[in-house]
Design a protein around this ligand. Structure first.
Ligand SMILES: NC(=O)c1ccc[n+]([C@@H]2O[C@H](COP(=O)([O-])OP(=O)(O)OC[C@H]3O[C@@H](n4cnc5c(N)ncnc54)[C@H](OP(=O)(O)O)[C@@H]3O)[C@@H](O)[C@H]2O)c1
Length: 274
């Protein structure tokens, strides 16, 4: 049966390459992004390159819970099942900003967004079992400051700041989700794509951004593995795992394995999603 896979961040480097790979593998691909023009451009490029016309688009701003819930409503109304959800979208911003609810923008987009979207689509994923949730993160070592989750007292952008914390949250969210998914036929992994050429970190100091881009690889390698994680039988039972660009399992930072903190993050996210 044809698989239906939803990819967020589909207008970005890794998301677009992953959507292309899924289309090549004869999936129906739902591209989720915040900019409809960009989405339609990606859709037509993918159809042209693959001759797979089962490419759909959904507009949602992942920094805004209301927008996510509206998009999830549309998806739940249109589809009867999903084979995989691939959470790719993220931002990296130098300056602190807030969404309309006063949540710090990196936290809202990179963690709360995929948290809400995944939970809103769980019934569709269960209907499509065996199915997968894959969330793209990085090997973060940054601890979460639960007392200042919105970075009001102290904000820094980088790997040791809001961005790093949001990537730690992606890992801890996956481990907490894996426990909840046991026995449902849905499994979940978190994924480290390696260094990939993209515009993600363009807010970094110029020299650092230049070095970063120079040593990064094209998105193809990460996209091929992400596609495989989403649809290949080989990963069907891989639950609560952290995998890197070559598909091998790796260990995340010791802090991320703290179940009490994972549950604290889950409870807080649930509360803030309301
Ligand atoms: N690149 C790397 O070296 C690297 C390394 C480790 C981990 N990662 C992770 O890989 C993932 C993808 O990164 P990338 O390098 O492909 O970045 P990218 O090219 O900048 O793509 C980011 C994507 O996220 C979307 N996005 C941002 N804010 C959004 C919002 N509020 N609502 C909906 N979509 C939003 C962007 O949409 P627009 O096109 O509209 O901006 C874009 O499609 C991220 O989770 C990142 O943390 C990347």
């Amino acid at each position: 049966m044809k698989k239906t896979v939803l990819v967020t961040g589909a207008t970005g480097a890794i998301g677009k390459a992953t959507a292309l790979e899924l289309a090549k593998n004869n999936c129906t691909v739902i591209l989720l992004g915040r900019n409809s023009e960009k989405l339609l451009k990606v859709k037509s490029e993918i159809i042209q390159a693959t001759k797979n016309s089962d490419i759909e688009t959904v507009v949602a701003d992942l920094s805004e819970p209301k927008s996510i819930k509206q998009a999830a409503y549309e998806i739940n109304s249109k589809y009867s099942s999903l084979s995989a959800l691939v959470n790719v979208a993220a931002i990296f911003t130098k300056n602190r900003a807030e969404n309309s609810q006063g949540f710090e923008y990196t936290f809202a987009t990179n963690h709360l967004g995929p948290f809400i979207l995944t939970n809103e689509l769980l019934d569709l994923l269960k209907a499509g079992k065996p199915s997968r949730v894959v969330t793209v993160s990085a090997p973060s070592t940054t601890k979460i400051n639960f007392d200042d989750i919105n970075g009001k007292q102290k904000y820094s952008a980088g790997f040791l700041g809001a961005f790093g914390a949001s990537k730690m949250m992606n890992i801890m969210f996956t481990y907490a989700l894996a426990r909840r998914l046991e026995g449902t036929g849905v499994t979940t992994s978190v994924f480290h794509p390696g260094l990939v050429k993209s515009e993600l970190t363009k807010d970094m100091p110029k020299l650092l951004y230049f070095i970063f881009k120079t040593i990064s690889s094209t998105p193809d390698r990460a996209a091929k593995t992400l596609c495989s994680l989403a649809i290949d039988k080989q990963y069907e039972k891989s639950n609560g795992t952290f995998l890197k660009f070559d598909g091998k399992e790796i260990q995340s930072n010791k802090y991320s394995y703290n179940k009490d903190l994972q549950e604290k993050l889950w409870a807080m996210s649930e509360q803030l999603s309301k």
